[in-house]
Write a protein that binds this ligand. Structure first.
Ligand SMILES: *Cc1c(COP(=O)(O)O)cnc(C)c1O
Length: 363
């Protein structure tokens, strides 16, 4: 059997008729950028997340970039972010010429809230929380710190659509929530797409202005903006998938529960879910000390795996100028050397799950 880490085709065939109907509708509409599909999606997505506003964008990186820009964070400012995140979280900060300050993660792969306060300086302007792999971060202490030090709070929800902390949806805790709808994400489009969520009318308006060449009124440009518009096709297709989020999350949760129940091997460490948090299982991430051996063994059995992420941002070539060295963030680096994502996707069959479990248990 050949089992890939993700199967985007399965996610399409689950709702094939609805997707095809919508695609034809958009094609025939004669309107392809910033029209009624985007407007409707923004309204429906804001409703789903529980914020007053959502603004559709071209992708998740732009959501992060424009979030910090709208908050006025730039040169000379520091933003605290966990070290073990996808590089886009950090690029959203540095595209604004601000400086990322890395915090070590906790045992749930999210920012270790207890280690944030020591990193706060007079230059600190914001905390960027990444709900990594789909599990909501420990938000209560982060919200308190932001109040105490008057910091902006931005959430990177690219992997956490629908995840909650103490019953509250991720993307509603801070000033701005940043979402990606890259095809492999839990709410995936069929191309690049993203959005921000916020309760602040001015922020929503400013990001709408920035996404369209800095223009609120056609051909009147108040800022040097960008072109980062969600298109009608992606918005329409996202509107098809959004109402199914409940069942999609439930299906992944069942797969994760089966993995947690049936995976039994001393050589691997299973992921844990924090009390009060929910996990929407964007990735099912195990840890293994002899990871290279495990990857090869699984590959020989036809089981695909992927490392999220092999090089932490502080050691990435593009961030050499920040001056970090190997050993600066031991927990982050340890995760980079031991984490492994195993197959996890909507439409995964029982046979595929059993095959993965059997292979891992025999390692
Ligand atoms: C995918 C992802 C992004 C970037 O989203 P794109 O749509 O690919 O630009 C940002 N942060 C995290 C944590 C992600 O997983």
């Amino acid at each position: 059997m050949d089992i890939m880490t993700n199967r985007l085709d399965r996610g399409f065939y689950m709702y094939q008729e609805e997707f095809e109907k919508k695609a034809i509708e958009v094609l025939r509409s004669g309107w392809y950028i910033l029209g009624k599909e985007v407007e409707a999606f923004e309204k429906e997505f804001a409703e789903y997340i529980g914020t007053k506003y959502a603004v559709g964008l071209g992708n998740g990186l732009d959501a992060l970039h424009l979030a910090f820009r709208a908050l006025g964070i730039g040169l000379g400012d520091e933003v605290i972010v966990q070290g073990n995140t996808y590089i886009a979280s950090v690029m959203g900060i540095t595209m604004n010429h601000a400086t990322p300050v890395f915090a070590e993660p906790d045992e749930f792969f999210n920012i270790d809230a207890g280690k944030i306060e020591a990193l706060i300086t007079p230059k600190t302007k914001a905390i960027l929380v990444v709900h990594l792999y789909g599990q909501a971060s420990n938000m209560a202490p982060v919200v308190d710190l932001c109040k105490k030090y008057n910091l902006k709070l931005v959430e990177d929800c690219a992997q956490s659509h629908g995840a909650k902390f103490n019953g509250q949806m991720t993307g509603t805790f801070g000033d701005i929530g940043c979402f990606s709808f890259y095809p492999s994400k839990n709410l995936g489009a069929f191309g690049d797409a993203g959005a921000i969520t916020t309760n602040d009318e001015k922020i929503a308006g400013d990001i709408k202005m920035l996404r369209n060449y800095g223009s609120r009124v056609r051909y009147y440009n108040e800022k040097v903006g960008v072109n980062s518009r969600l298109d009608e096709m992606q918005a329409g297709l996202l509107r098809v998938r959004l109402p199914h989020m409940g069942e999609l999350i439930e299906e992944k949760k069942k797969i994760a529960e089966k993995y947690l129940r049936e995976l039994k091997n001393d050589k691997i460490v299973l992921p844990e879910v924090r009390e009060g948090a929910t996990h929407v299982w964007h990735q099912f991430v195990i840890k293994c000390e002899n990871r290279d051996e495990l990857i090869k063994y699984l590959k020989d059995k036809g089981v695909g795996t992927i490392i999220h992420y092999p090089i932490p941002p502080h050691l990435a070539e593009c961030y050499e100028y920040l001056g970090h060295k190997e050993g600066s963030y031991p927990i982050t680096e340890k995760y980079a050397k031991t984490v492994l994502s195993i197959p996890m996707y909507n439409g995964m069959t029982d046979e595929e799950q059993d095959y993965v479990i059997d292979a891992l248990n025999k390692f």
